[in-house]
Design a protein around this ligand. Structure first.
Ligand code: PAF
Length: 284
C-alpha cells in the first residue's frame, strides 16, 4: 500500500488508474480505524480494482474545538490495518494541504433540502456543511466509481446520497454509487465507533445499555405508538446511571421527518456516556 500526503500525488495515481480503465473505490474516514471501517474497506476491495482510503480528521466538521482536539489519532496503526486489508492507497493529508486558510474558516454553504434541520444538524450547527465540504472535495480528487459509508452515521449517509443525486452537484460525480454498509457491533451490541476508545471499561459496560434498549424497543413497537416508543426509549436510557440522552427521534428513513408509523422508520439516538457523545440507530 502506498501512503500519499499531497493532492498532486493523489491526482497522479488517480489519473493512472483512469488511464488503465480501473474501477476506483473510496472509503473516506477520519482514522482511528476499527472493525466497522474494516468492513467498509473489505467490501470496497472486493468490489473495485483499486481502493483508496482517506484518513483525515476534518476540522471544518467539528463545531466543538475540544472534540476536535480529543479525536483519537493513530495513523501508523491505521496504515498497518489498511495494508493488511488490501487497500492500495492511503491518502492522509494535513489540513493545510486540504484547505486554504480561507476555506478553513469560511462557512461552506450547501442546501440539504431539510435533511440537516433535524437531529445532528440541530445539535451540531455547521457539522454537515463541513462533512459535505470534505467529502465533495475527496470525490473531485479521487473520482471514484463507488464510495463507502457506514450506516451508523445514518443522517450523514442520507445527506451524502442527497448531495450526489440532488440538484446542487447534479451530474458532477458521474455515475458515482454511494454504498451504505451496516453498523458493526461488539458482541455486547455496542456500535463500534472511534469514540469508544475514549470510554473507560466501566463506561463501556454502561454504554452497552444503549443498543440493548434500542433492540428492546422493536418489541415495544409491536403494540405502542411512535410517540410512546420514542418517549419510552428516552426514559429507559436516562434511567441508566451514567447515560444521558441528547435526542432520540423516530423518523422516516428517506426524509428524516418524524415517522407517522413504523413502516420505513429508523430511530436515531445520541447519548452522552460520561463526557463521550455516542450515536446509534435502529431500523424498525
Ligand atoms: O464519517 C466520518 O468519518 C466523516 O464524517 C467523513 C465522512 C470521513 C468526513 O470527514
Amino acid at each position: 500500500m502506498q501512503i500519499i500526503t499531497t493532492k498532486q500525488e493523489l491526482l497522479q495515481h488517480v489519473e493512472a488508474c483512469k488511464q488503465q480503465n480501473k474501477t476506483i473505490g473510496l472509503v473516506p474516514t477520519m482514522g482511528a480505524l476499527h472493525a466497522g471501517h474494516a468492513s467498509l474497506v473489505r467490501r470496497c476491495v472486493s468490489e473495485n480494482d483499486v481502493t483508496f482510503v482517506s484518513v483525515f480528521v476534518n476540522p471544518t466538521q467539528f463545531n466543538n474545538k475540544e472534540d476536535l482536539a480529543k479525536y483519537p489519532r493513530n495513523i501508523w496503526r491505521d496504515a498497518d490495518l489498511l495494508s493488511n486489508l488490501g487497500a492500495h492507497f492511503l491518502f492522509a493529508p494535513t489540513p493545510e494541504e486540504m484547505y486554504t486558510a480561507e476555506e478553513m474558516n469560511s462557512t461552506f454553504e450547501f442546501g440539504f433540502n431539510g435533511l440537516d434541520q433535524v437531529m445532528e444538524g440541530k445539535m451540531r450547527p455547521g457539522h454537515f456543511n463541513g462533512v459535505v465540504q470534505v467529502v465533495s472535495r475527496l470525490f473531485y480528487l479521487v473520482r471514484p466509481d463507488r464510495a463507502y459509508f457506514g450506516e451508523k452515521d445514518y443522517q450523514q449517509l442520507a445527506i451524502i446520497r442527497y448531495m450526489v443525486s440532488g440538484s446542487a452537484f447534479a451530474g458532477t460525480f458521474g455515475d458515482l454509487q454511494i454504498v451504505g454498509c451496516p453498523i458493526v457491533r461488539e458482541e455486547s451490541g455496542l456500535a463500534l465507533s472511534s469514540r469508544n476508545e475514549r470510554l473507560s471499561e466501566s463506561e463501556k459496560q454502561t454504554a452497552v445499555n444503549i443498543s440493548r434498549i434500542l433492540f428492546e424497543s422493536r418489541e415495544w413497537a409491536k403494540t405502542q405508538s411512535v410517540a410512546e416508543v420514542q418517549q419510552r426509549v428516552v426514559d429507559a436510557i436516562n434511567a441508566v446511571e451514567g447515560l444521558e440522552v441528547e435526542y432520540y427521534e423516530i423518523v422516516d428513513q428517506s426524509t428524516l421527518l418524524p415517522a407517522a408509523d413504523f413502516s420505513h422508520a429508523i430511530g436515531c439516538v445520541t447519548v452522552y456516556c460520561g463526557p463521550v457523545r455516542l450515536i446509534d440507530n435502529i431500523k424498525y
